[in-house]
Ligand binder design. Sequence first.
Ligand code: C2E
Ligand code: CA
Ligand code: CA
Length: 515
Amino acid sequence: MPAAVQSLLGSGSAPDKLLVSALLLNIALIIFGWRRYRELTHEIAERRRAEEQARLLAATDPLTQCLNRRSMADASEQLRAWAAQRGEAIAYAMIDLDNFKQINDMYGHSCGDAVLVRVSQRIRELLPRDARLARLGGDEFAFVMPYPVGHTDRIDDLVVRVLASIAAPIETHDVTVELTVSIGLATDYDADASPGPRLDAQTLMHRADMALYHAKKQGRNRHFWFDPGMESEIRFRNQLETGIRRGISQHEFVPYYEQQIDIQTGELVGFEMLARWQSEQLGLVGPDIFIPIAEEMGLITQLSEQLMDRAFADAREWDEGLMLSINISPVQLRDPWFAQRLLKRLVANNFPPQRLEIEITESCLHENIGLVRAMLTSLRNQGVKVSLDDFGTGYASLEQLRDLPFDRIKIDRHFISELREPAGHAQLVDAIIALARGLDLPLTAEGVENEDILGALRSMGKLKAQGYVFGEPESAEQVRQRLAASGKLTGAGRLSGPLPAGCIPPPDLSRAANS
Ligand code: C2E
Ligand code: CA
Ligand code: CA
């Protein structure tokens, strides 16, 4: 190195060129290596940062910055282990917005998003620092938090505050939105605070979900702690759902018929069709059990049309003067094609529309009243009669009664049963009768259980009546025998023989459903 420098300065002999080149190459290599080292450490730091960022993004919900479903599972498990070490319990809460879909539909998705953000903020503000909050998707949130064993009351207090906070109006996108939530809770400690086997986060989440389902069933805007009964309730419900699906495909749903009598003449004027399920496992099941589930499952139209086909076939064999009434679910009336579908079934079954009466309840009138009116009008134009069922239990206004095309009002059986006591609340029934007369609408009294009530009704004027006093709802075959005995079967009905034995199972659940 010194020789090379001296030769460059002109005061020495030149060193070996090869050596100088090697030397310079070495220096260059050192500089290059050092710079590469610096770049590499920088790159690694950058990549770490990016990875951290990606991890964070993958773990959080981009809209609300809460944890997401995936990261919540890990976070809950960590918190659970940590709480267990400190001898604390954890509470897992599932939160679901009630009717969020309506807000989305009514005000659009950007408003819906803003509402979700506000809800997440309101929950977060109330949670302690060591709680974890997640948005599990859609309008579903969850939080998990430690608490001192035995103090579930603290969680209750907190949840009550969460419910109240979310219920306060939310102003966004120039609209004021009000919403409520339902909450399901589960803890990894038993209610009696006995330590027992600790439950893992997955089980807790599942239990909170069942409690949430229960809260929704109980009418929303409330919270429930998981209890083991809920598990069997849900299992039973799942069995029913599977059974209903299979029952439809195997045609286990059959029409029963309740007589409708003109109380002035005592004459039979028609039948109301009441659905029954001849379930292989459960026996004969009443509609109060399966209709609401079929509605929720979106199967009510299919079920109803299956029953109608049978009922039209049955009623075609009856005397032409006998009417057939069928109940229509509010869910069916949401279908804009309902009237067309019904008319199509009438034509397909060759059943005269003039002999059909449909019964709808007041709850149908809350939804899209314009559509309901149009459909009812077109059905009436074809000769179908429309009656308002369970009158007095809903909120039909006088205006609706006057404006909507009804042919008849059916007084709910709860009012009629009031007539049981001699000095009973006859005024209410009197008032309904006066109201219907004022509107020029014929009346049916339902749920007439005994002669006393029938007597009281007779004194109230011209009415149709139905109820156990005339007999309980009967199978198609029993009706056929009844009509045959009074000469009210048409030729076709008289000729066809009775159904094979075993088609009329013993009544059991069907009565339970009526009580
Ligand atoms: P609803 O239309 O009010 O039917 C009358 C209910 O009262 C029937 O119960 C009937 O068995 C019962 N009942 C008749 N007479 C008496 C009586 O004297 N006393 C008492 N306490 N009850 C009496 P069911 O058959 O269990 O039907 C319950 C409800 O299920 C019906 O109430 C109707 O709303 C609905 N439903 C029945 N079949 C169908 C259907 O095919 N489709 C739809 N959507 N709903 C149906
Ligand atoms: Ca009815
Ligand atoms: Ca009714």
